[in-house]
Design a protein around this ligand. Structure first.
Ligand SMILES: [Zn+2]
Length: 235
């Protein structure tokens, strides 16, 4: 468990995750981060406790929840216990079967389970490979591998791009991202990811990427086509 994760989902997003309000792809990427991040794992349990207490007593204020938190501890322990029972049944690792990597990579169970069904890697461009994982009919989800030294063309988004770094690192104009960081980029961001050491990520897009410079712009119709194809695979 890595305790030095820098970038986390917001409390609002964690709450939407707990309440089951997100498309499967976004739930999976958040669940994977929560499994890897001690901070978010603890925060999620606290938010679950608050959610459970508000289901039990919709009028409860935060102060009364704090006062009566002990009353719910048994209920929370049951929730946690159920999670453990479920996750113990899942494979713990997906290793070199990811195909492109020399070393073994340990994946969060939720991704290992999905990946165990088989990944098909396709080269996208310039050292970037992708193995799509259809999870719902709203988002394009998959593993992205960036070979050392490669970069994605400058792009922006019509919707949002959620990225979880699983191994290695990459950087863009806004920062450097390491293992287990959780990054959201949207129409307010134009960026060019570059990976010096190589990087394996899991990414969830709710709209196609839009390349904004040079010849890469010629790929925009292909990006739109691939997005439509990806979300139609789940239907
Ligand atoms: Zn976190």
């Amino acid at each position: 468990m890595n305790t030095e994760v820098n970038l986390h989902p917001s409390s609002e997003l964690l709450n939407q995750f707990i309440q089951g309000e997100l498309a499967t792809g976004r739930s999976v990427v958040i669940s994977a981060h929560v499994e890897l991040c001690k901070t978010c794992s603890e925060k999620t349990k606290e938010l679950q406790a608050l959610a459970v207490s508000s289901w039990v007593d919709p009028d409860s204020s935060e102060s009364s929840i704090r006062k009566t938190a002990g009353d719910y501890s048994a209920m929370i322990q049951n929730i946690v216990k159920e999670e453990q029972i479920k996750t113990e049944q899942l494979p713990e690792l997906v290793t070199a079967s990811l195909g492109l990597l020399d070393s073994s990579i340990s994946l969060p169970r939720v991704l290992a389970k999905a990946a165990a069904k088989g990944l098909v890697w396709k080269k996208v461009a310039g050292g970037i490979s992708e193995a799509q994982l259809p999870l719902d009919n709203e988002t394009q989800c998959g593993f992205i591998y960036m070979a050392p030294g490669c970069q994605v063309p400058v792009h922006t988004h019509e919707g949002s791009e959620t990225t979880l770094v699983l191994d290695g690192s990459f950087e863009d104009e806004l920062g450097k991202y390491r293992a287990f960081d959780f990054i959201i980029r949207d129409q307010n961001h134009q960026h060019q990811p570059i990976s010096k050491e190589g990087c394996l990520c899991f990414a969830v897009l709710d709209s196609p990427l839009t390349f904004t410079s040079g010849l890469a712009r010629l790929m925009n119709p292909i990006n739109r086509y691939r997005f439509r194809k990806a979300i139609s695979k789940y239907a």
